[in-house]
Design a protein around this ligand. Structure first.
Ligand SMILES: O=C(O)CCC(=O)C(=O)O
Length: 401
């Protein structure tokens, strides 16, 4: 059985720590934070390995901060009309200003969203032995159950369990997805197919907003790669000392996130952490590193994080959409001008970029920083390149051609 949590954190003896609780002193943290909460009765404090040294506070009240835009996607169902133009403009300015927005009239059925949430909850309610069948140390494994961050490199633990697996193209990994709960595969397949179509619809609006052909982003993805990360954040006795997920940006193009009715997502905006309040029926969309690269920095991937709370379990289901793993990612040629707007990012194979980003314990936007053209650093986090970079530009599958 693969070990997900660094061995230094397993069965730790916490007895010399002021927050030590005898009941958790021989606990195997590998089994997940849900298992810890379910089995340690009267958990009044969190084990020290979950205590993060610094957690910048969020904006305390809604009065002091703006909120991410809410965009009606109905206009995108028309090929060309005033309403489509308005929707494209709203998406374009939300991408430029926030990198995040909420969507209504997105076309995903409420009943399907509900079923998907239930199936995911069903998966996390299985015994830890059952869930551990999907555990793996390899961040590129097509299906992975785990706890804390994705990496197995030693790090301060996070108050999260997760199930990640590939989606589109579904045939390539469907047979590996969990088959317990018994309807998981069928429900997830339908949900991921519908979310893929939605991501392509939004991508066409983003392409238009960037002045590119409507299908530019979709074509740039090749066969494409979709990854679903379902996150389970159980109630935490000391939520101010830890996080469900610390600040990070996403490696892909667009992420579409659904959640249950418990708040926890926060977005970095002008240096401040802004809570995203859940509006029933909406989905949250954000720009990832791939779109920052493709747009040559016009749109920025935005850091976000998940906080936990004392009372309620939060579940979120984030679905990322990027190019197929073997494609070389680079700025769109028509958005680059060697003199006035030189390329800001070096070409890289998406698989290498994803592996680097997922293996890193360094959070924030560090992984993107190392492929910036104005930095020479390849020190931390390390990047294993699987092809000679000089030949990369000849491999770029660009719709510009
Ligand atoms: O739980 C959330 O709201 C954030 C999830 C997330 O950022 C992720 O899965 O990468």
């Amino acid at each position: 059985m693969a070990s997900l949590v660094p061995s230094s954190c397993l069965c730790a003896n916490t007895s010399d720590h002021p927050l030590a609780d005898e009941k958790t002193s021989t606990h195997d943290y590998n089994q997940g934070v849900k298992h810890l909460v379910d089995t340690a009765c009267n958990l009044h404090s969190i084990p020290f390995m979950y205590i993060l040294p610094v957690i910048p506070p969020a904006c305390p009240s809604t009065a002091c901060h703006p909120s991410i835009p809410v965009i009606d996607l109905d206009g995108l169902n028309e090929l060309s009309s005033e309403r489509r133009i308005l929707a494209v403009q709203s998406i374009s300015s939300a991408c430029a200003e926030w990198g995040f927005f909420q969507i209504v009239n997105h076309g995903i059925k409420a009943s399907l969203m509900e079923e998907m949430l239930k199936s995911v909850e069903g998966f996390f309610s299985l015994t830890w032995e059952e869930k551990m069948k999907y555990a793996s140390d390899d961040v590129m494994n097509p299906v992975r159950y785990g706890t804390s961050l994705n990496t197995s490199t030693p790090h301060v633990l996070h108050w999260r369990d997760y199930l990640r697996h590939f989606g589109h193209p579904i045939e390539s990994s469907f047979h590996l997805w969990p088959n317990n709960p018994s309807n998981y595969r069928e429900v997830a397949k339908k949900y991921l197919e519908d979310v893929w179509k939605l991501a392509m619809k939004i991508s066409s609006a983003i392409s238009e907003g960037l002045g590119l052909e409507k299908d530019y982003i979709e074509k740039s993805l090749g066969e494409g790669c979709q990854i679903v990360a379902s996150n389970y954040y159980p109630p935490c006795p000391e939520p101010h000392l830890t996080l469900g997920l610390s600040a990070h940006s996403d490696h892909g193009g667009l992420t579409i996130l659904m959640q249950n009715d418990v708040d926890g997502l926060q977005v970095r905006y002008n240096g401040t952490w802004i809570p995203v309040h859940h509006v029933p029926g909406t989905l949250v969309v954000n720009i990832g590193d791939y779109l920052e690269i493709l747009s040559n920095g016009r749109y920025k991937s935005v850091e976000h994080r998940a906080v936990v709370n004392e009372e309620k379990t939060r579940i979120s289901i984030a679905v990322g959409h990027g190019p197929d793993l073997n494609s070389v990612i680079a700025p769109a040629r028509s958005l680059v001008d060697e003199k006035d707007e030189p390329p800001l990012y070096k070409p890289i194979v998406y698989r290498d970029y994803m592996r680097c980003q997922q293996s890193s314990t360094v959070r924030g936007k560090e992984p993107l920083g190392i492929i910036k053209t104005n930095t020479s650093s390849t020190s931390s986090p390390s990047l294993e390149i699987s092809y000679p970079l000089e030949s990369a530009s000849s491999k770029i599958p660009s719709p510009d051609n």
